[in-house]
Design a protein around this ligand. Structure first.
Ligand code: PAP
Length: 344
């Protein structure tokens, strides 16, 4: 790790910085804030941009941190590997003994291994990323591979990020207060933030090139996991057969990856950088922000969200409508703003 950090230290020194959540500082690179000297960091983004080679069969799961990454990792790992790890024999399933983060790694953390799994893993290669769309390595953009984006209400992203950061922060720096967190988040200052710009990058591509990005929301997954897992499977070119559906394969995967089940499996042990496995499981609900944000904070975030999303959605909607005369896109846009601003 030290070698990679050292390679980019001169570039790091030129970047604007701000107060960090977990690490001391966040650095602005290509319009987004990143941590430094950690596995998921600005140095990793630079290193991947310089060296990473994507394959057309790759699958990338992209999220703003705390949007449901762990859940999406589990679902996609279970569905893509369902012939290898049968739905009727879950007792031997890797997700029953290991964290979803071990089963399906972040590409950012792979670069630090002696033999990254992307060097010799079989197809399709599955990776998660927190990298904003506009900072993705060019080879991912050019390869024709598939991306799945999971979006969560910003207020429901800020709250888990607040708890997670305070768990991981160096205690000598003191804990973040909720007010400080709100201030940073609403200014867009969080790891891989601004939240809104991250969502917009992937959302825009999902409208313009539906084959490139499947855009899902945490709330939709919560409301109807079965149909969204089927949708995921179709998008990934691996739809469930009628026989599988009749045997309850989809329900089996949803159950295996449920919050309760994964939380139980991950009660103990640590991931890299001494992050406890259980730090990725807190409430697992839609709308827990109502227990944390004041009405005023909620209104401010709703205003920012409306302003940020309305601008692009209108432009993109008109563009797409002009292309294919399709009112479906308008419905998706309105739904996105409603879900993301007011979804509980
Ligand atoms: P990451 O981006 O750092 O990997 P991520 O998994 O996105 O973290 O965030 C954890 C959130 O997902 C937690 O939300 P909460 O704090 O609001 O509860 C966690 O509880 C939630 N989560 C984890 N697994 C599941 C699951 N199986 N179903 C629903 N939510 C889940």
């Amino acid at each position: 790790m030290a070698l990679i950090f050292d390679r980019y230290k001169d570039r790091l020194a030129t970047l604007p910085k701000e107060k960090g959540w977990i690490t001391e500082n966040l650095y602005m690179y290509q319009g987004f804030w990143h941590q430094s000297s950690r596995r998921i960091s600005v140095e990793t983004v630079m290193a991947l941009q310089d060296t990473f080679k994507a394959h057309p069969t790759d699958i990338y799961l992209a999220t703003v941190p705390k949007s449901g990454t762990t859940w999406l990792k589990a679902l996609v790992f279970a569905l893509v590997n369902r012939n290898r790890y049968k739905v009727d024999r879950f007792s031997t399933h890797p997700l029953l003994v290991s964290s979803p983060h071990n089963c399906l790694p972040f590409i950012e953390t792979e670069i630090f291994r002696n033999t990254p799994t992307y060097v010799d893993s079989h197809s399709p290669r599955l990776f998660a990323i927190h990298i904003p769309y506009t900072s993705l390595p060019q080879s991912i953009l050019d390869s024709g591979c598939r991306l799945v984006y999971l979006c969560r209400n910003p207020k429901d992203v800020m709250v888990p990020m607040f708890h997670f950061a305070n768990k991981l922060r160096d205690k000598s720096r003191g804990l973040l207060t909720f007010e400080e967190t709100f201030e940073l988040f609403s200014k867009g200052i969080m790891p891989t933030g601004p939240y809104w710009d991250h969502v917009k990058g992937y959302h825009k591509t999902s409208l313009e090139h539906r084959e490139k990005v499947l855009f899902l929301t945490y709330k939709d997954l919560k409301i109807d996991a079965v149909n969204n897992v089927k949708r995921l499977a179709r998008y990934l070119g691996n739809p469930f057969t009628e026989e599988e559906e009749a045997e309850g394969a989809v329900e089996g995967i949803v159950k295996l990856c449920s919050f309760e089940n994964l939380r139980e499996v991950n009660k103990h042990g640590n991931l890299h950088e001494d992050i406890p496995n259980d730090a990725f499981f807190r409430e697992g609900k839609v709308g827990d922000w109502t227990n944390h944000l004041t009405d005023e904070m909620s209104c401010i975030l709703d205003e920012i969200t409306k302003e940020k999303f309305y601008g692009i959605s209108l432009g993109t909607t008109l563009f797409i409508k002009w292309l294919n005369g399709d009112s479906y896109v308008i419905r998706i846009q309105v739904k996105l703003i409603l879900d993301v601003c007011f979804g509980q």
